[in-house]
Design a protein around this ligand. Structure first.
Ligand SMILES: Nc1ncnc2c1ncn2[C@@H]1O[C@H](COP(=O)(O)OP(=O)(O)OP(=O)(O)O)[C@@H](O)[C@H]1O
Ligand SMILES: [Mg+2]
Length: 244
C-alpha cells in the first residue's frame, strides 16, 4: 500500500520564549499543500517560525515537522532536503566571494571539489550572472547579496524551499525572473512575507498573528480579510504596538 505523504508543515504545541519574551505559546497547525504562504504583520513571528521550520532554532517545547522531517532531530536530512533563504542576506553570507559562497553548500552536500566550479557556473548562468564569477560579495548591493544567497540555496537542489521575504530588496525584473524560476521549480515552497501581492498564486495561505493562527485557507479566502484588517490598523494613528 502506498504511504500517505506527510503534510508540508506540521507544528504541534510549539512554545518558544527567548529571554522570557513569549513568541509562541502553544502554536499548532498542519498544512498540506505544495506552495504555502505565511503572511503576517511586522513582529508577528514569521521569521522565528521560518527559522524553526528550517531547524535553525530549537523550540522550548513542541514538535516541528516539514515534509515529515523532524527538523530539530534530523539535521542531516534537513541539510540535504530543506533550503532556507534568510530575510537578511548578511546573516546568511559566510564567504568573501560569490563562487565560494555558492560552492560551500555544494561541498557540504558531498559533491567532489572538481565538480564545484561547473555547478557554480550553472546556477550563475541560470540567473544571467556569470559575470559575478569571483566578485567580492561585500562590494555588491543589498539586493544583489540577497540574490547570491538565493542562488546558493537553489544550487543545492532542495526538495523544500523556505523563503523569508525573498523579494525584499529585489527590483522588478529580478523579482519577475525569480518568480518564473520558482514556478518552474519542483520544490515545495514555504514563502514568508508581509505582502499579500506575493501570494496570489499560492495553494494555501497561513495568517500568523501575534504568534498564533489567525486564519488558514486559499489566497481568495485569507488575503482580502488580511488586507482589510491591515488597512483598518493603518488608518489609525496608534502604532504603539509596533514597538512590541
Ligand atoms: N531572540 C529573541 N529574543 C527576544 N525576542 C525576540 C527574539 N527573536 C524574535 N523576537 C521577537 O519576536 C517577535 C517576532 O519576531 P520575528 O522576527 O519573528 O517577526 P516577523 O514577523 O518576521 O517580523 P518582520 O515582518 O518585521 O520581519 C518580535 O517582537 C521580536 O522582537
Ligand atoms: Mg521577519
Amino acid at each position: 500500500m502506498p504511504q500517505p505523504t506527510p503534510p508540508l508543515i506540521e507544528v504541534s504545541d510549539l512554545r518558544y520564549a527567548p529571554q522570557g519574551r513569549v513568541i509562541f505559546d502553544g502554536l499548532s497547525v498542519s498544512l498540506d499543500a505544495r506552495r504555502i504562504g505565511i503572511i503576517g504583520r511586522n513582529g508577528s513571528g514569521k521569521t522565528t517560525l521560518a527559522r524553526m521550520l528550517g531547524g535553525l532554532i530549537e523550540p522550548d517545547q513542541g514538535c516541528v515537522r516539514v515534509a515529515g522531517i523532524d527538523v530539530a532531530r534530523d539535521r542531516r536530512t534537513v541539510l540535504k532536503r530543506i533550503g532556507i533563504l534568510f530575510q537578511n542576506p548578511d546573516h546568511q553570507i559566510i564567504f568573501p566571494t560569490v563562487d565560494e559562497e555558492i560552492g560551500f553548500g555544494l561541498r557540504q552536500l558531498g559533491h567532489p571539489k572538481s565538480a564545484i566550479p561547473g555547478m557554480v557556473n550553472d546556477v550563475l548562468a541560470r540567473f544571467d550572472k556569470t559575470h559575478w564569477q569571483g566578485r567580492i560579495i561585500a562590494e555588491l548591493s543589498q539586493g544583489q547579496r540577497h540574490l547570491v544567497c538565493l542562488m546558493a540555496v537553489l544550487a543545492m537542489g532542495p526538495d523544500v524551499l523556505i523563503l523569508d521575504e525573498p523579494f525584499a530588496g529585489l527590483d522588478i525584473p529580478t523579482r519577475m525572473q525569480l518568480t518564473r524560476y520558482l514556478n518552474l521549480s519542483d520544490a515545495s515552497i514555504i514563502h514568508v512575507t508581509h505582502d499579500p501581492a506575493d501570494l496570489g498564486g499560492y495553494d494555501t495561505v497561513f495568517w500568523l498573528d501575534g504568534g498564533a493562527v489567525r486564519a488558514t485557507g486559499t489566497p481568495d479566502q485569507v488575503l482580502p480579510v488580511f488586507v482589510d484588517a491591515m488597512t483598518k490598523l493603518g488608518a489609525g494613528d496608534d502604532i504603539s504596538d509596533l514597538t512590541g
